[in-house]
Design a protein around this ligand. Structure first.
Ligand SMILES: [Zn+2]
Ligand SMILES: [Zn+2]
Length: 419
C-alpha cells in the first residue's frame, strides 16, 4: 500500500493564538479557510510542502472538534493519509483485524472520500484515510480542445443534495455504491460551469454565486472556499472577458452566479459586458414558479438581467455562436436545454441536469427532481446513443470527480472514460 501524508489536523480553541504561532512566529502562509458544514468545523489550511496543517476550529458547541477540545484541550487531532483506492485500503485493513470507525468510505470536503481508523489500532492516533476525487485542491480548472474551440471547465465549489432525490427510483443499496452519502443522506455535487473560447468568449451556467445566507449554505452543505472567481482567475479570465452567458436552465445551482450584489446591496449582472441567453419557456417557468419547483427558482438570480437590459430569450434550438448550439432536452424542466459544441469534426456536449454526474449513466438513473421523468428518459436514451456514435466529449456539470469523459459501449454495456 502506498500512502502520502495529506495533512495533519490540529484542534484549535483560540484561533488568534494559533495564527500568532503558525503564521506570525513560524512565518507560514495561511490559505483561505473552508467551512465543512456537516462537521460544524472551519478548517484553516497551512501549506507545508506537499502536505498541509489544518487548523480546525469548531463552529458549533456540538461539533466533534468542540467535544475534543472539552475533553482534551487543543492539540493534534488526526493525521490524514492519501491513498489511490480507499475501498481496497479498507478491505486490506479489515483483513488484518484493524479496528475501523468507518467500514465504508463517506463523503469528505471537496468531493473526497474519507474513512477513519480507530486510535486503538493506531498507537493512539486518529488516522484518516482519504481518496481525493480532485487530484489536488488547485486542480479544478481543466482545458480541452475541440477543433478550433478552447473549452475550460471551471468550478464554483460543491454542495450537497439528498441522495435519494438525486437518483429517483433507484434504491439506495445501488446508488450508494457509486456515491456515498453523508450522515444526513446527502451526496456531494460539484458545480462546473464551462467556458468556450472561439469567435466570442462564452460561459455556460455560472454555479451558485454568493448571494445565499448562512441557513441556505448549511442546508445544502455549500463549500465555496474555492469558487468561480478563483477558477476564472486561474484560467486567466476576469468577469469582464465574458461576452455571452448561456443558461441551460435557471435553477439556483446553475443561475445563482448570473447576478451579484454590489457594495450598496443592489443586484446587478455578474458579468458586466455579457449578453445572457435563456430559453423563453424556461424564463416563463422560472418567473412563474409553482409549488413543485419554487425551491429551485430564485428571482434574484435572473430578474435583474431583464431589468439591466442584458437578457436575450431564444425560442428554438439554434446556434448561439459559431460552433455552439443549444438543444432542448426537456425532462428536468420543460425547457431544460443542453449545449452542443462542434468544431473540426469533433463534438462535445454540456448536458447539465440531463446527466448530472457519471453515476447517472444508466438510462433509468433519473433524478427525482425531474418534473417530466419520461421526457428525461427519452432525451437521455437518444443522447447516449449519439454520444457513443459520435465519440462526444461529455461534460458532467455536477460530478464531484470527473469534469468530462467519453462514453464507450462494449457488448451492450456502457462505461465512461474520464478525460
Ligand atoms: Zn436543475
Ligand atoms: Zn443542477
Amino acid at each position: 500500500m502506498k500512502a502520502i501524508l495529506d495533512h495533519v489536523g490540529i484542534a484549535v480553541g483560540d484561533l488568534p493564538a494559533a495564527l500568532a504561532f503558525y503564521r506570525d512566529a513560524l512565518g507560514l502562509e495561511i490559505e483561505a479557510s473552508e467551512e465543512v458544514a456537516s462537521q460544524r468545523v472551519r478548517a484553516h489550511f497551512v501549506p507545508v510542502g506537499q502536505s498541509s496543517l489544518e487548523l480546525l476550529e469548531a463552529t458549533a458547541p456540538d461539533s466533534p472538534i468542540a467535544r475534543y477540545l472539552d475533553q482534551r484541550g487543543p492539540g493534534l487531532h488526526h493525521i490524514t493519509l492519501r491513498v489511490d483506492d480507499i475501498r481496497a485500503t479498507l478491505a486490506h485493513l479489515t483483513l488484518r483485524g484493524i479496528r475501523l470507525i468507518d467500514a465504508e468510505p463517506r463523503a469528505g470536503a471537496e468531493g473526497a472520500l474519507v474513512a477513519f481508523i480507530h486510535p486503538s489500532s493506531a498507537q493512539g492516533v486518529l488516522v484518516e484515510i482519504k481518496q481525493s476525487r480532485v487530484a489536488s485542491r488547485k486542480s479544478s480548472v481543466t482545458r480541452y480542445t475541440v477543433g478550433n474551440l478552447e473549452l475550460i471547465s471551471l468550478c464554483d465549489g460543491f454542495f450537497h443534495l439528498d441522495g435519494g432525490a438525486m437518483f429517483g427510483t433507484v434504491p439506495k443499496t445501488l446508488w450508494e455504491k457509486r456515491t456515498p452519502a453523508d450522515a444526513r443522506n446527502r451526496i456531494t455535487l460539484a458545480m462546473r460551469p464551462l467556458v468556450v473560447r472561439g469567435a466570442r468568449t462564452m460561459i455556460i451556467d455560472a454555479g451558485l454565486g454568493d448571494k445565499e445566507n448562512e441557513k441556505f449554505n448549511e442546508i445544502y452543505g455549500v463549500e465555496r472556499a474555492r469558487n468561480l472567481d478563483h477558477t476564472l482567475a486561474e484560467a486567466g479570465l476576469s468577469p469582464d472577458d465574458i461576452e455571452i452567458v448561456l443558461a441551460t436552465h435557471l435553477h439556483f445551482d446553475h443561475a445563482g452566479g448570473f447576478t451579484m450584489r454590489d457594495a450598496s446591496g443592489r443586484l446587478r449582472p455578474r458579468f458586466p459586458r455579457a449578453q445572457y441567453i435563456v430559453r423563453r419557456g424556461e424564463w416563463e417557468d422560472a418567473t412563474h414558479p409553482h409549488e413543485r419547483n419554487r425551491a429551485s427558482y430564485f428571482l434574484d438570480n435572473y430578474v435583474p438581467l431583464a431589468d439591466a437590459g442584458v437578457l436575450q430569450l431564444v425560442d428554438d434550438d439554434q446556434t448561439i455562436m459559431p460552433g455552439v448550439s443549444v438543444r432542448r432536452t426537456g425532462g428536468h424542466t420543460m425547457h431544460h436545454q443542453m449545449a452542443v459544441i462542434e468544431s473540426g469534426g469533433r463534438t462535445a456536449a454540456f448536458v447539465a441536469d440531463l446527466m448530472p454526474t457519471t453515476a447517472h449513466l444508466g438510462e433509468a438513473w433519473i433524478m427525482g427532481y425531474d418534473l417530466y421523468p419520461m421526457d428525461s428518459l427519452a432525451a437521455k436514451k437518444a443522447f447516449l446513443k449519439e454520444a457513443v456514435e459520435r465519440e462526444m466529449l461529455v461534460f458532467f456539470e455536477h460530478d464531484p470527480v470527473v469534469a468530462a469523459g467519453r462514453i464507450a459501449e462494449q457488448n451492450g454495456k456502457r462505461t465512461i472514460r474520464p478525460h
